[in-house]
Each structure stands twice: as structure tokens, then as C-alpha cells.
Design a protein around this ligand. Structure first.
Ligand SMILES: Nc1ncnc2c1ncn2[C@@H]1O[C@H](COP(=O)(O)OP(=O)(O)OP(=O)(O)O)[C@@H](O)[C@H]1O
Length: 349
């Protein structure tokens, strides 16, 4: 079964993926930070049993899924799930009982006892927020058939952190903004969108200097607006950012094609032949090669899925591919070998 990050989507020159998550809590338990060990265990067990009892019905909504007992997993297993966005760092680091229900294609995961009792997450490639919201809402309805949520008529869904109260919805689009990044436009953009209740954060690295120019753009406000309005506001802003990014790419190539052409070929050459490489260097070079493909500077018979490669070379997932624990040096050699073999031959344009 193909994973969400293996699918090619429209607008893939800028948009990588969409994510919807709903934060929910159950009326009969205290919020997660206040749960005792026994309560946390009971909570996970109750949700898991409830889902198992009606497994066929849930699988009609999400497809084939399995339950993963996070607390029993090795550190590398947990880190690999974080790198593939199935669970959050917060869940991986939790000392209390937790669990995750995840589908085979990794597009849906239900995190138990994270910051809230349950976090429903749906991801897909491309710009796809409304269908994802529909799927998350179907899961939400299914759960609420037999477990009562903490809900207030005025406030909406009650959540552990006030920043999620109301709809409990976080909608997000992961994007690739090399031209805006290279041109030093990100600070201004981050400032502008924050005035419209939207935040932009680097996915890899800290702050606005994201590694590989990958950012997630998400809603800040969760209350006082409907789910559809929150999403529509986000889509409008992301559409504008896509336009700005494309215009800037055109400008950069028009004004200095030779420089970017050279950079793309150099990056390709290094990744095809390097013998050892760090995650950060490999991410940067992959981003430059992607820029080359999207700008039609280079091409191959089949365009590689860059985001799939980026996730595969992260430390934990690389060790999973290797099938063993490996130190930094061994990983750097394995990463280089993996990329040497993964990049296709170029065809001359
Ligand atoms: N559009 C997206 N596509 C794929 N993964 C995403 C997307 N947006 C966020 N993620 C991933 O989801 C995970 C959780 O992200 P984040 O911490 O922003 O989530 P959140 O649910 O909004 O949490 P919080 O309540 O702390 O704000 C991270 O692994 C992040 O990279």
C-alpha cells in the first residue's frame, strides 16, 4: 500500500502535504497532565477496546489500521515514527501509558494520552484540507458514539491547553519555499501572516531559518470561527504564498540562471558520488536538486519523491532501513550510499 508521501500531487513544486488534527478529551477523566498512572492506563485501554469492538466500522472510514503500544517501543522505533510525522515528539517522550492507532498508509493516526486524551490526525500529500477534515470528522463522530467528550455549549471542545479550545482544530500545510528563503523574505512573511492568525514555522531546524526551506503553515485561532472558515482562511493565505514563491523563483532564474543551474548540478553531483554525508547537508542538497527539477533545469525519466527521500535519510528511519543501530559515522556513510543509489540518471534537456 503506497504511503501518503509516495504520492505525487498537484502543486508539488511548493506544497508537500496537508494535515488536520482534532484535539479531544473525555468528560470522565481529568486532562492528560493531571492523570494518574492508573487513569492513563485505563484511558488508553478504554479507547483501544472501544475501537477494537467496532474495528470493521472504523476500517470503513480509515482503511486497515493497527495499534502500537508506544511505551514498549524502542527509542529508535519511536524516533522513526516522529520523523514520519505519525506521532509527535511529545508523545514519544511521554513516561505515562500512551498508544497510537495508525493506518497502513500512515495517513491517519490517533494519538492516545498526548497533550489531550486523543488527537485525531489525518495527513495527505498536496493541498487537501477539506477532504481531510471530512475524514477526521467521521472518525470524531465514530468515537463520540460511545465515549462522551468534554464539551461546553459556549466554548466548544475543552482542551488541555487553552490554545486549542473550541474546535480543537489545527490545520496545516507543509510547503517548500526556497526562493522566498534565498531572497530573505521569510521574516516579513511570518510577520504578515501572524496578523491574520496564521503561523509559519520551520519544520527542520529552528525558527524561520528552516533546513531545506521546508515550513508548516497553520491556523493559530481555534475558537470563534467555524472549522470551514479556519480552513478557508488558511487556504487563501497559502494560495498567496504559493504565488509569491513561484514569482520569486521566476525572478531568481531570470536574473541569475547560470548561478542556480551550476548549484543544481553541483548538488546532484555531490549526492550521486559523496561517500559520507550528514542529515543537514543531504537535506540542503536534496532541496537544491528539487528546485532544479521544479524549474526544469534538470530532469530524469521518473521524478523522485523528494520528501520520501528526506524522511528516509533522517537518523532513525535510516537505521530502520539498515536494520540495525548505527553511530554517526556509519549513518553518514549509509546515508550517502542510499542517496547515491536513489537519485536517478539525468536526461539531457
Ligand atoms: N502539513 C503537514 N504535513 C505533514 N506533517 C505535518 C504537517 N503539519 C504538521 N505536521 C507534523 O505534525 C507533527 C505535530 O506538529 P505540531 O507540533 O505543529 O502539531 P500540533 O498538533 O499543532 O501541536 P500543538 O498543539 O503543540 O500546536 C509534527 O511532526 C509536524 O511536523
Amino acid at each position: 500500500m503506497p504511503k501518503w508521501y509516495e504520492e505525487q500531487s498537484k502543486q508539488s513544486d511548493v506544497v508537500i502535504s496537508s494535515r488536520i488534527r482534532l484535539a479531544r478529551n473525555f468528560a470522565k477523566y481529568p486532562f492528560s497532565p493531571k492523570l494518574t498512572l492508573e487513569q492513563a492506563e485505563l484511558l488508553c485501554e478504554e479507547i483501544h477496546n472501544h475501537l477494537e469492538e467496532k474495528k470493521t466500522k472504523l476500517e470503513e472510514i480509515v482503511g486497515k489500521y493497527y495499534y502500537y503500544n508506544v511505551i514498549k517501543a524502542s527509542e529508535i522505533e519511536k524516533e522513526a515514527l516522529v520523523e514520519r510525522h505519525i506521532i509527535t515528539k511529545k508523545l514519544a517522550q511521554k513516561k505515562q501509558p500512551t498508544g497510537v492507532i495508525m493506518t497502513e498508509d500512515e495517513s491517519v493516526s490517533l494519538m492516545l494520552n498526548e497533550e489531550d486524551h486523543i488527537r485525531i490526525q489525518a495527513i495527505s500529500s498536496g493541498m487537501n484540507l477539506l477532504p481531510l477534515l471530512e475524514k477526521a470528522n467521521a472518525i470524531d463522530d465514530f468515537i463520540s458514539e460511545s465515549l462522551q467528550y468534554a464539551f461546553d455549549d459556549k466554548l466548544g471542545y475543552l482542551t488541555s491547553s487553552p490554545t486549542n479550545i473550541g474546535t480543537g482544530l489545527r490545520a496545516s500545510i507543509m510547503v517548500y519555499l526556497p526562493a522566498l528563503g534565498i531572497s530573505g523574505k521569510m521574516d516579513k512573511l511570518i510577520d504578515e501572516v501572524s496578523q491574520q492568525d496564521v503561523s509559519i514555522r520551520g519544520v527542520y531546524g529552528e525558527g524561520n531559518k528552516s533546513l531545506a526551506y521546508i515550513y508548516q503553515i497553520s491556523n493559530c485561532k481555534t475558537i470563534g470561527m467555524s472549522e470551514c472558515d479556519i480552513i478557508q482562511n488558511l487556504i487563501t493565505i497559502v494560495d498567496q504564498i504559493i504565488k509569491q514563491e513561484r514569482n520569486r523563483r521566476e525572478y531568481l532564474l531570470d536574473s541569475n540562471f547560470d548561478k542556480y543551474e551550476d548549484q543544481v548540478y553541483r548538488s546532484y553531483g555531490v549526492l550521486r558520488y559523496a561517500k559520507q554525508i550528514s542529515t543537514a547537508d543531504a537535506m540542503t542538497l536534496l532541496a537544491q536538486i528539487k528546485f532544479g527539477y521544479d524549474s526544469k533545469i534538470i530532469a530524469s525519466e521518473e521524478t523522485p519523491s523528494f520528501y520520501k527521500l528526506m524522511m528516509a535519510i533522517q537518523p532513525a528511519n535510516l537505521q530502520k532501513i539498515l536494520g540495525k543501530n548505527a553511530g554517526v559515522k556509519e549513518r553518514e556513510r549509509a546515508r550517502a550510499k542510499f542517496l547515491n543509489e536513489s537519485l536517478p540518471e539525468l536526461i539531457h534537456l
